[in-house]
Design a protein around this ligand. Structure first.
Ligand SMILES: Nc1ncnc2c1ncn2[C@@H]1O[C@H](COP(=O)(O)OP(=O)(O)OP(=O)(O)O)[C@@H](O)[C@H]1O
Ligand SMILES: [Mg+2]
Length: 425
């Protein structure tokens, strides 16, 4: 096992295009790190530089404290699973898993022991004598995984390993990978552009945009305290709503209505700006008629017209179109394009209680939890209201829950809740 340290890593391809630009990232020993970002942002390139399949233009790559820039892939002792993993069709599952051990010319006894162990871990014991063609997609995926982990590498690198599977299998494999990683405790870097994988698998998530690292943090930190518009819009589904707002003292005038900024810290962050972008997650709206008086007082109520509602049984989405000044609308469209989101940016998506009877086409009162809003500088995209105390607190919580999960995986007798529940206030 080993930590992976990247220092100012740059990758320029032949045409001079920086696919990865000055990325510095510390993956701790035993940590599960997710790399996420839109297509073409440099995720695979970065992963391939870690393994050694791609030269590093400048910067330093360290594995277990040793600079590996000039070290051949074989000597790095890392294991990689690609998106398009290939199994050998003429070999049994046993031999597919055993392949890297055969290459390393390990004695038969040792091969047998390790393959049996790995197969048990991946619940493939009953399939060891079968050929890949006779397996289900999920089983094949597990064989590919088995081939990677049988080697006892210093780190595992995964490049969208689940993207070929259907939704249900992805869900199952996700849980298995998570359990496996915690059990083996091997440093892992996992590339995905799947929201759910990014949020559920990793200890920390690194968000890339056009080769530049935007933010690294626990999933919860990225969700609650994003550093900028890009991360705020990328993490979370449906995405955060961004409303242009003109500042009028302690009030924000938005296309959905005017509301008061009660939080002094946030008001101070706005400073002397006239125009800001207000970020509100869909779940921080509610049908005002369903909100109790006490809670109502914590936020603001706006009157608006709902265009479409989608009732899903356990929850309900409503779409609220609004007018935005042309330049802001253009900026939001651009952001939306970059985020690969098909969502029209001049409509707000709000999540309502499934019991809400708000009707499309009619005026409705929506309550906004203004204590949860973010305010962004429209020029730079910076989050002006990021709460550093909250960030530190979330960091501690993430650390504790990680330790507890690891302990529970290694020693199932341990109570997983032990020590994880503190400091969540
Ligand atoms: N061999 C290459 N030669 C030139 N440019 C390349 C090469 N490989 C990748 N690129 C460019 O580098 C950038 C990053 O590519 P990369 O494959 O790392 O993206 P990615 O984040 O993995 O995207 P995806 O989610 O689509 O897999 C892209 O703009 C791509 O066009
Ligand atoms: Mg890729």
């Amino acid at each position: 096992m080993a930590a992976i340290t990247m220092k100012n890593i740059v990758k320029r391809y032949g045409d001079g295009f920086p696919a990865v630009n000055e990325v510095s990232l510390d993956v701790r020993d035993g940590e599960f790190m997710i790399l996420v970002g839109p297509s073409g942002c440099g995720k695979s390139t970065l992963l391939r530089m870690i393994v050694g399949l791609e030269d590093i233009t400048s910067g330093e790559m360290l594995i277990g404290g040793k600079v590996v820039n000039k070290i051949a892939p074989r000597q790095r002792n890392l294991s990689m699973v690609f998106q398009n993993y290939a199994l050998y069709p003429h070999l049994t599952v046993f031999e597919n898993i055993a392949f890297p051990l055969r290459l390393a010319k390990l004695p038969n006894e040792e091969v047998k022991r390790r393959v049996t162990e790995t197969a048990e871990l991946l619940e493939l014991t009953d399939h060891l004598e079968r050929k890949p063609a006779n397996l289900s997609g999920g089983q094949r995926q597990r064989v590919a995984m088995g081939r990677a982990i049988v080697r006892q590498a210093d780190a595992f690198l995964f490049d969208e390993p689940l993207s070929n599977l259907d939704a249900k299998l992805r869900g199952q494999m996700r849980t298995e990978i998570s359990r496996l990683q915690r059990r083996l405790g091997v440093t892992t870097v996992y590339v995905t552009h799947d929201q759910t994988e990014a949020m559920t698998l990793g200890d920390r998530v690194a968000v890339l945009r056009k080769g530049l690292l935007q933010q690294v943090g626990s999933p919860r930190e990225l969700y609650e305290e994003p550093v900028n518009l890009f991360v705020a819009g990328f993490i979370g589904s449906p995405s955060m709503n961004f409303l242009p707002a003109s500042v009028d003292g302690a009030f924000l005038e938005t296309p959905l209505g005017r509301f008061e900024l009660r939080d002094e810290r946030k008001a101070a962050a706005v400073g002397a700006r006239d125009i800001v972008l207000v970020g509100i997650r869909p779940e921080h709206f509610e049908d005002a008629s369903l909100v109790g008086e006490e809670k109502k007082a914590r936020g603001s109520v706006v009157r608006t017209r709902v265009d479409v509602t989608e009732w899903l049984g356990n929850e309900q989405y409503a779409y609220v179109p609004y007018e935005a000044p042309a330049d802001v609308a253009a900026q939001l469209r651009e952001l939306s394009r970059e985020l690969d989101s098909d969502q029209l940016r001049t409509q707000a998506v709000v999540a309502l209680d499934a019991g809400s009877l708000i009707t499309p086409g009619l005026e409705a009162e929506l309550w906004i939890d203004t204590s949860r809003i973010h305010i962004f500088d429209p020029a730079t995209g910076d989050n002006l209201t990021r709460d550093e105390d909250r960030v530190a607190q979330l960091g501690r919580v993430a650390e504790q829950s990680r330790d507890a999960q690891r302990r529970a995986q290694r020693d199932p007798a341990d109570d997983p809740a032990d020590g994880a529940a503190e400091d969540t206030g």
